[in-house]
Design a protein around this ligand. Structure first.
Ligand SMILES: Cc1cc2nc3c(=O)[nH]c(=O)nc-3n(C[C@H](O)[C@H](O)[C@H](O)COP(=O)(O)OP(=O)(O)OC[C@H]3O[C@@H](n4cnc5c(N)ncnc54)[C@H](O)[C@@H]3O)c2cc1C
Length: 437
């Protein structure tokens, strides 16, 4: 049977709601189409005056929204090539980390890092500078070594780190503004095993004195706090097992006690949807994320915001947020603090210097959260704060413009591939393109 050039998926009509993952907004169009090959993407792009690609819908803001057309590449989820010599894997852009990782591991390879969940599309995650944690780990976009994307004219273009230096650094964290990524190539490394230990109750006084030692104590470190009682509720340490030497935990870690059972970051919730802890060795892709594939990640009914501050200001910034604990408390499910290495990707919040993120998982009460965000952003403003591109923020476009020195170059590059703004939407116009005028 001939496959139609572009099939209307009508996922919405099949009972799937027209909403993002969190359900905090509905997309502005019911016209969702699906493509299953780069050729079909090209046909579709040529025909439309405006469209946006939808990944796995995990952004909390309207960065992926369109009032014209949405294009899903969910059907494009194959591994295209595993290049053993170059140490890269190329996948179609609809592939999720949850699909890629077991395949990679079965071939003896791994990625350098993962986000808290494997459910997200690789193209969507890399377009928004999605990150995990680890002093030496760049965000997930830093693993991208080449991209094939369809420009506004329908041309298929390939850019690589090796051949296109500067423009490549511009397009990787592309915020969906350059075109439709059809294939993406990632750096890989030999597979590794990991252990995960959780500690409970690390006093803020220890954090203040020993922040660098704490954050560098494992391959990936996450600190969870509700900002109450002057302490970090849970410290998650993810350690690579080098050779045949397992990581031996101490009973105490900067005043925190090693947990005696698996925990969820929100201690009141069941740890069933979390990756195994208590030092049980497991493959990298089942330890780096906090949440397991096949289960609802995080709390499920929630909103998220996240702010990046330069590493050198981390302690001051954390203490500034702690001062807001009374205002934050009623609306918060949990906060997470992570560290990310510097990179050279223009629109990455970690461009040029390492940063620490302060993340907020909120109760699903947007009116109250929206009222609170400006106070948080005001506290963080002295530290050149940058928001996560896929989460909720109220920082003004003018402040974003000031913080991102590469924004004018980014806009020029976007114009090269999309001169009439086919891939722009209200979010991009407000935060990127209008910010410069
Ligand atoms: C429970 C939960 C946990 C999370 N944990 C983390 C975390 O640990 N770390 C972190 O940094 N973030 C985290 N996030 C945020 C999330 O990873 C990012 O927002 C990411 O962008 C989601 O990818 P997606 O495919 O679902 O994006 P979507 O919302 O579908 O799209 C995001 C952007 O990518 C563009 N895009 C998608 N595919 C393509 C393509 N093929 N070509 C061109 N543009 C494309 C879209 O147009 C849009 O601009 C979390 C989100 C949730 C819901």
């Amino acid at each position: 049977m001939a496959i139609p050039v572009i099939s209307p998926v009508l996922a919405w009509a099949l009972g799937d709601k027209r909403q993002n993952w969190a359900g905090n907004f509905e997309y502005s169009t019911e016209r969702l189409y699906s493509a299953n090959s780069p050729e079909r993407v090209r046909d579709f792009v040529r025909k439309q005056a405006a469209l946006k690609v939808l990944g796995t819908r995990h952004c909390f803001n309207k960065i992926a929204d369109s009032s014209h057309y949405l294009l899903s590449l969910k059907a494009m989820d194959k591994v295209v090539a595993l290049d053993l010599q170059a140490r890269t894997v190329t996948v179609e852009a609809g592939t999720t980390y949850g699909q890629l990782c077991p395949y990679l591991d079965s071939k003896g390879f791994a990625l350098h890092n993962l986000a808290s969940l494997p459910h997200i599309s690789i193209a969507g995650a890399c377009s928004t500078a999605t990150h995990g944690s680890g002093d030496a780990n760049g965000n997930l976009s830093t693993a991208v070594s080449a991209l094939e994307f369809v420009t506004a004219s329908g041309d298929l273009l390939k850019l690589s780190r090796h051949q296109h230096g500067e423009s490549f650094s511009g397009v990787v964290v592309g915020l969906g503004a350059f075109g439709v990524i059809a294939k993406i190539t990632l750096d890989i490394q030999p597979s590794y095993m990991m252990q995960q230990y959780v500690y409970e109750g690390l006093p803020f006084s220890e954090l203040k004195e020993h922040f660098d030692s704490i954050m560098s104590s494992a391959y990936s470190v996450s600190l969870f706090t509700d900002w109450q009682k002057h302490r970090i509720n849970e410290v998650w340490l993810k350690q690579r097992i080098e050779g045949d030497k397992p990581f031996q935990p101490t009973q105490e870690f900067f005043g925190a006690k090693v947990a005696t059972k698996n925990l969820h970051p929100i201690a009141a919730l069941s740890a069933e949807n979390c990756t195994p802890q208590m030092g049980v060795p497991g493959p990298w892709y089942e330890r780096l994320p906090h949440f397991r594939m096949g289960f609802t990640p995080s709390a499920g009914r929630e909103l998220q915001s996240e702010y990046f501050v330069p590493r050198r200001h981390a302690v001051e910034a954390i203490l500034a947020i702690e001062r807001l604990h009374e205002q934050i408390g009623p609306y918060l499910l949990i906060s997470e603090i992570r560290s990310i290495a510097a990179d050279k990707l223009w629109m990455s919040p970690c461009y040029g210097e390492p940063r620490v993120t302060i993340h907020f998982t909120w109760k699903p009460d947007w009116v109250s959260v929206q009222g609170l965000l400006p106070s948080i952003e005001r506290e963080l403003e002295p530290f050149d704060v940058r928001p996560h591109w896929g989460k909720l923020f109220t920082i003004s476009p003018a402040k974003l413009r000031k913080s991102y020195q590469k924004l004018p170059d980014f806009i020029n590059l976007c114009r090269r591939y999309d001169s009439n703004g086919k891939f722009r939407n209200d979010f991009l116009n407000r935060n990127i393109f209008d910010a410069i005028s």
